[in-house]
Design a protein around this ligand. Sequence first.
Ligand code: ZN
Length: 284
Amino acid sequence: MRLANITNRLTLVTPNNEIVDISEETDGTFSPAIQECYDRWDELLEVSPSLHKVAGKPLSQVRPADFGNPVPQPRQVFAIGLNYAAHAAEASLPVPEDLTVFTKFVTALTGPYGNITLPPGTVDWEVELVAVIGRGGKNVAAEAAWDHVAGISVGQDLSERTRQSSGPAPQYSLAKSHPGFGPIGPLLVTPDEFDDPDNIELGCAINGEQVQKGHTSDMVFPVPEIIARLSTITPLLPGDVIFTGTPPGVGVGRQPQRFLSPGDELVTYMRGVGEMRHQIQARS
Ligand code: ZN
């Protein structure tokens, strides 16, 4: 199943790439607010086969501006640092033996298309697989963890490196939470839609030049292991978001270093999910 948040309404994308308004088709059984569907994930899975038969308008006719974040108001946002060995190496940091976890504050989240304004400092890109929790839980076993994932999307863990590395302890959470620093979308895709949900290609490009390309099979802690380890400490709630770390190719690891500039176009993709497109702009 593939979902989208179109004109702020919970929308199903059929295998024919047509869009169906789930609230309308279910006579209001489901709220149009997409965040609420994660609390009723099993019910949505039950009705989805009948919704897939409904004829809708072509997805291709939806304007980019009408796509929102498919998970706009999670109660918890987790982000994993240094989860690809080659990225740890370019950051001159050791590969972690356990999860390195921070948050992106919810106000940083945004949709898959539009403008992102640069704050002062040095802003870097980080394409990441985003996992959204469907069934919550504490102490989830890794073997069962994919059953707790509602869907997968692609995100950017945009990072202001100057603040991130200043002070006596890293400021990951704050430096990665400026408004617009957490775009997600355009689609939320259930794990069963992928040939192998543990091996998906993702990447990003600046002004047409590919700067990151990786496969999630290179994660130090794969998605099920992240869920298992997080949930030993923190109960996971329906609709929670997990940014799962970035493959190599970020700007801070380059010689010379490179950061986003006003006028840049950042295109971020994951196979099976689609691509996001953002224009980077200066503060006015
Ligand atoms: Zn990251």
